[in-house]
Unconditional design. Structure first.
Length: 154
């Protein structure tokens, strides 16, 4: 269920911390108020509002538990590259038949390929990890093998 040791940027970890605080200190109170209101409506066996509020509570508590576990085991990306070699947190400029591309290697939970943030667990992220400027890598894609030449590792 929970991947231990996920990688996060400082911004990603802060975003997760804010979500956790929102769920613990705001959403919990709102759900508790809904449960009390629903109880006042009478018979709990046939009370859709009560059932819905209890389901919301269960989901919220599960998400709180998940966030706490993820944060407990999170690896913070330092932003420092590994001596010119691509690591999690590195930005890689590469060229393929489709032109030049810039990718930032991030943890899986922060990936957004359309914005250039690729997961360290993705085929492309795995291919770049440990590589340096001038290296050529091949990546298996649904359309076949794509070759990339690393132009720069930042």
């Amino acid at each position: 269920m929970i991947n231990k040791g996920q990688y996060f940027s400082p911004e990603g970890l802060e975003k997760m911390k804010k979500e956790l605080e929102e769920r613990k200190y705001v959403l919990r109170k709102e759900i508790a108020a809904k449960i009390l209101e629903a109880k006042d409506l009478g018979d709990l066996a046939e009370n859709a509002e009560f059932t819905e509020a209890k389901e919301m509570q269960a989901f919220n508590e599960g998400r709180i538990e998940e966030l706490e576990s993820i944060m407990k085991h999170a690896n913070l990306i330092s932003g420092k590259t590994g001596g010119g070699f691509a690591t999690v947190g590195s930005t890689v400029k590469a060229k393929s038949f489709g032109g030049e591309h810039t990718f930032t290697i991030v943890g899986a939970s922060e990936s957004n390929p359309t914005q250039g943030f690729i997961s360290n667990e993705s085929p492309l992220g795995k291919a770049f990890l440990g590589q340096k400027k001038g290296t050529e890598v091949e990546v298996q894609t649904p359309k076949g093998i794509v070759k990339y030449k690393i132009l720069e590792v930042l």
